[in-house]
Design a protein around this ligand. Sequence first.
Ligand SMILES: *Cc1c(COP(=O)(O)O)cnc(C)c1O
Length: 413
Amino acid sequence: MTLTTESSPLAALTRQDPELAEVILGEAARQADSLQLIAAENFTSPAVLAALGSPLANKYAEGYPGARHHGGCELVDVAERIAVDRARALFGADHVNVQAHSGSSAVLAAYAVLLRPGDTVLAMGLTSGGHLTHGSPANFSGRWFDFVPYGVDPESGLIDHDRVRDLARAARPKAIVCGSISYPRHIDYAAFRAIADEVGAHLVADAAHPIGLVAGGAAPSPVPYADIVCATTHKVLRGPRGGMLMCGAELADRVDRAVFPFTQGGAQMHTIAAKAVAFGEASTPAFSAYAHQVVANARLLAASLGAEGFEVTTGGTDTHIVTVDPAPLGVDGPTARARLASAGVVLDICALPHGEGRGLRLGTAAVTTQGMGEAEMARIAVLLSGVVRDTLDVREVREEVRELTGEFPPYER
Ligand SMILES: *Cc1c(COP(=O)(O)O)cnc(C)c1O
């Protein structure tokens, strides 16, 4: 897809609403000429964008295929069945629900299936890399459930399964959640399953980040281990912004009812069609190669940042995520992020295993979609270090970022 004013349907928008069209084109330019290292972001294909921008956006479809509360659902039923069938085949899951509007909605539905308000839940603490839905007091999870947090070892940055088991034995949680927004290593789902079984808890895998790597065979699958797997479709998986749930046949009806009508209304059929397109893409050898390249790039980026003096959490990565402490370079995370932003490098800050300080979280999903490889990761690490240390001129780096991204446009121009 060409994101220019001449192309339809943006041409129609430009004619009718130039003010908004300018924002959209400006954002497309920003995404293309700065460096997207936010670990949760990616570039969807033109086919996914086409499904998102299709007339399926007009259709009301409360319920599930074959059992809707609205007429005229024959064709959107086909779209949803294709999405479900493709996801079941891709992940080897008995049952898939593709209606969750977001990753958070998927987690809400999973809790609705397994928990009652007031139940105890063991999950990674927010200060260690847990998500808002893992017990934040600002979120429904922290308000309605009694969360007990587990952390990571302050030295190694790794999950200490003995510690998780001790906490589980003491707290006797109704459910255990494994999954994180910043943990760079594979989750040991078998270990969490064993702990859950020992204390009679349900296991929820919140695989929002790694599910795309799972699809490409570059990370272990939570599907054989968790009672319910929650995921997003827009991170490494490279689909539209949205969520999904997977479970065994015995929970299928309850999961579906927890999504609709318990926590959501009408399904977003354009998004579900776009999820189907993304699952189709993720089933190809090309996507498997992509997922493995994402990890290879992250490993090289971690090693290069380590060589530049950053302290790399856990000493490296198994996934698309790299987290580092810039303290050895003389700055804290927020300062580093601000300097990098002015050089056109876009990334997040994150919790660190030790202390109160904030680190930097980087991800390689988007730059790998653009076609960047290990050589570019090494170049990026040098630029990052120069900007954070303040030994490179920010304006010069901004130009170099423009050059680099210009060699790897996310969309055809
Ligand atoms: C991204 C993420 C979510 C939430 O996804 P949204 O679509 O933003 O609601 C939930 N859990 C984890 C672990 C995540 O990384």
